[in-house]
Ligand binder design. Structure first.
Ligand code: OSB
Ligand code: MG
Length: 369
């Protein structure tokens, strides 16, 4: 396969609800859509999940656009690609910028699967026909609002609830949730809002029977997380700290976590996501698929990834309607009884809705080799 054209689009869409975490609130979502076209005319799509502000990782929509246009796409020029795993190797000369890499790499995966006449799920070796999903609920203004959101999510059938916590909005919040929903599979995501100075507070999380606590400490830490895991019963799940299969191996070896959240963008693509899955499976560490408030293309890739066997906890991949008035794919991703049925359509499993994509495009760059 030889890539002949790459179209980079920057889109801006407004989410139905603002989403708040310990690092801030967002409602306007800027993201990239990468379209690749091979020499036979097959097309593939990838979504660049970086936010417009560098609060989750250092990347932004603009930095990933720069990396893709000026460094990553030029590396594909003239290359014959036998298998999409090769893209990870081709991009190795560029340090980090994982979300930029993943956007292009996922487009190549989609294109290659279509060219082979198989689904992306088959292409990566996934086996599930349905995947279990949970929902991540952002920080709310008060417990009333949060309770309402949890209630609605449970009625819709989501398999587990994840809430965001931060200093000042943690123990009391979780105890209120537990009072009203004693049995619900519940987890809390701190997005790095604590340090080991908060050890006494973090120990108290054990009383809430959380399935896990996600990324309590610094984004780049695996040492303090190991110290913390020794002092608490609640399993630690790492998100921000794991950028590669090597990171996963080291974190597991140190005892820094008992679960890993895999996000394709954070780790630089589908190939690296599969590797982390395999490293974890080998070590008996379950994984689940995280979310980046994706539109349909990113969501489709997440669904395919989740079909791998060690994705044993429900992921954050809710349906399109949880985020958007109207998604950029058809059909939209729907959730029934807390599960998504994996598409049998070749490639990523959904058609792109070009009208919707065009409607939200605020910048477009065409590259032809
Ligand atoms: O930490 O998992 C996270 C959203 C934006 C940035 C980071 C995170 C999240 C979520 C929401 O928790 C996941 C989703 O619903 O897509
Ligand atoms: Mg997280």
């Amino acid at each position: 396969m030889i890539i002949r054209d790459v179209i980079i689009r920057k889109l801006e869409m407004t989410m139905k609800n603002p989403f708040s975490t310990s690092f801030g609130t967002m409602q306007t979502r800027q993201f990239l859509v990468i379209e690749v076209v091979d020499e036979k005319g097959n097309k593939g799509y990838g979504e660049g999940v970086a936010f417009s502000i560098p609060w989750y990782t250092e990347e932004t929509t603009e930095t990933s656009l720069h990396m893709i246009q000026d460094f990553l796409v030029p590396l594909l020029k003239g290359k014959t690609i036998q298998h999409p795993d090769e893209v990870n190797e081709i991009f190795k000369s560029i340090r980090k910028n994982n979300m930029a890499k993943a956007a292009v790499e996922c487009a190549v995966w989609d294109c290659w699967a279509k060219r082979q006449g198989i689904t992306l799920t088959e292409a990566i070796g996934g086996k599930k026909e349905k995947i279990d999903v949970g929902i991540s609920i952002g920080l709310q203004t008060d417990f009333e609002a949060l309770g309402e959101r949890i209630e609605q999510s449970l009625e819709s059938g989501f398999k587990r609830i994840k809430v965001k916590i931060k200093p000042g909005s943690d123990l009391k919040l979780l105890s209120e949730i537990r009072e009203r929903f004693p049995e619900v599979p519940l987890m809390a995501d701190a997005n790095s809002a604590y340090t080991l100075d908060d050890l006494e507070l973090l120990k108290q999380l054990d009383q809430f029977n959380l399935t896990m606590i996600e990324q309590p400490l610094a984004t780049d830490d695996i040492v303090d997380h190991a110290t913390l895991q020794q002092q608490i019963q609640t399993p630690i799940c790492l998100d921000e700290s794991i950028l590669s299969a090597e990171d996963a191996r080291k974190a597991i070896q140190l005892g820094s976590c008992r679960v890993i959240n895999i996000k394709i963008g954070r780790v630089g693509g589908m190939t690296e996501a599969k590797r982390i899955h395999d490293v974890c499976q080998e070590a008996g560490i379950p994984v689940w698929c995280g979310g980046m408030l994706e539109a349909g293309i990113g969501r489709a890739h997440n669904i395919a990834l989740t079909t791998l066997s060690n994705f044993t906890f429900p992921g954050d991949t809710a349906g399109s309607a949880s985020y958007w008035e109207r998604d950029i794919i058809t059909p939209e991703v729907t959730v029934e009884d807390g599960t998504i049925t994996v598409s049998e359509i070749n490639g990523m499993g959904y058609e792109v809705d070009m009208n919707e994509i065009e409607r939200h495009t605020i910048q477009r760059i065409d590259i032809h080799f």
